[in-house]
Ligand binder design. Structure first.
Ligand code: NAD
Ligand code: ZN
Length: 381
């Protein structure tokens, strides 16, 4: 595998026929946003939706790029964090977009992490029955995962991401320089999703990450290569199965366990999404090993790499472990039963046949999962 030359811009094509779009990846590509938008939609008006933290660091550059290309823009700034992915947040953004006179042929620009992307994308999907939007992902997680593939939405008080729409962006601009202002912990959490692409479908990439993770964290071409490879992997799966009737579910590797852990910690700063996914991927690997699908050494390999970059890999790594449901297999089972991936009492898990080959296991017997969790909790307690 060769990394692109320094300063190169990599373009990953999401080949969804009449809704195909480019993901533009590279250092300082944010400067090209205005000219790309002007070329795509001459005469368009735009509204930038962002959060307070991202606005502080990157809104001025974003507005300057649009202004330089003669593209008018207005701004909608929400509070940072999951608390904005709500009915209230949606109302605020939607009303602001109406007030900004964003019409059918105009564009919404989502400048931020996954929260802003999901929220602004959903607001765009329902505004005037659908206006187009551009993703400018600013967190690593958003660059490799949430900005690609068209899932948008908000949370219900009863569960995460329960309201939403499939709405593909018309352009994604992933500027790797914006990641320089992201906290190291947020960067690491996003890295879990990068590792996920290797574990679920590309052993050679996983092995490349084992050898090059230091450079990915430092920045430069290795980082761009990791992001582009991740986007290509997601784009390929989404192109084949946009609406998740099959293969797209593989992207949920580590997520059934991970979501239960996020729920158990109240979706708080105690456990970022990517951290939950890191632990979830280790659990999915160890569960696969316990079923004899992979060897113990394969599961250990996944765990070793995630631990090496500083991600949590045990339930016991979660702050406040033991204070509540986390140490209790039944409580975790109850949380998993609330996940979207449950159908009539049977759990769907993404399991491994090898490092680099995940499969969808549709009717996993809950008692096997419970026994596995019980043993796992005991063995390391
Ligand atoms: N649509 C999808 O396919 C999909 C996939 C995965 C996750 N998600 C969603 O994404 C959300 C999580 O995304 P996230 O981890 O990006 O969270 P986030 O959007 O809350 O961003 C994390 C934090 O980093 C800050 N931040 C973002 N970019 C920054 C930058 N460049 N510099 C400094 N600070 C910056 C934000 O202000 C925020 O405080 C969840 O709501 C999840 O459900 C969606
Ligand atoms: Zn995820």
């Amino acid at each position: 595998m060769t990394a692109p030359l320094k300063q190169d811009t990599t373009i990953v094509d999401v080949a969804l026929e009449n809704r195909a779009y480019d993901i533009v990846i590279g250092r300082d590509v944010l400067a090209s946003l205005g000219s790309r938008v002007a070329a795509l939609r001459p005469g368009v008006r735009t509204a930038i939706v962002t959060d307070k933290t991202v606005a502080k660091h990157w809104l001025a550059q974003t507005e300057a790029s649009l202004a330089a290309a003669g593209v008018p823009s207005s701004r909608v700034i929400v509070d940072e964090g999951e608390g904005s992915k709500t009915y209230d947040g949606l109302e605020k953004v939607s009303e602001a977009l109406v007030a900004a006179k964003i019409e059918r042929n105009d564009l919404v620009i989502a400048l931020g992490g996954g929260v802003v992307g999901d929220l602004a994308g959903f607001a765009a999907a329902i505004l005037r029955r659908g206006v187009d939007f551009v993703q400018v992902p600013t967190s690593l997680l958003a660059q490799v995962d949430s900005s690609v593939g068209g899932k948008t939405g908000i949370n219900s008080p009863q569960g995460k991401n329960l309201l939403g729409a499939f709405h593909q962006p018309v352009l994604v601009i992933a500027d790797t320089a914006v990641l320089d202002t992201l906290s190291p912990r947020q960067f690491r959490a996003g890295y879990a999703e990068i590792a996920k692409y290797g574990v679920l479908g590309d052993e050679a990439f996983f092995s490349w990450l084992e050898n090059n993770h230091g450079e990915v964290f430092k920045g430069g071409t290795a980082r761009e290569h990791a992001i582009a490879t991740s986007c290509r992997a997601k784009a390929a799966i989404v192109t084949r199965d946009e609406r998740e009737t099959g293969e797209r579910a593989l992207l949920n590797l580590g997520h059934t366990f991970g979501h239960a852990l996020e729920a158990a910690t109240g979706f708080s700063d105690r456990l970022f999404h990517g951290e939950g996914i890191a632990i979830g991927m280790v659990l999915a690997s160890e569960f696969s090993a316990s079923l004899g699908m992979i060897g113990e050494s394969d599961a250990a390999r996944v765990k070793r790499h995630l631990a090496e970059v500083g991600l949590p890999t045990h339930l016991q790594d979660i702050a406040g472990f033991g204070q509540e449901g986390l140490a209790d297999a039944d409580a975790l089972m109850a949380l998993m039963a609330q996940d979207k991936k449950v159908r009539r009492g049977k759990l769907t898990f993404i399991l491994l046949e090898a490092v680099g080959r995940a499969v969808i296991a549709k009717d996993v017997d809950p008692s096997r999962v419970r026994n596995f969790l019980q043993a796992n909790l005991k063995s390391k307690a």
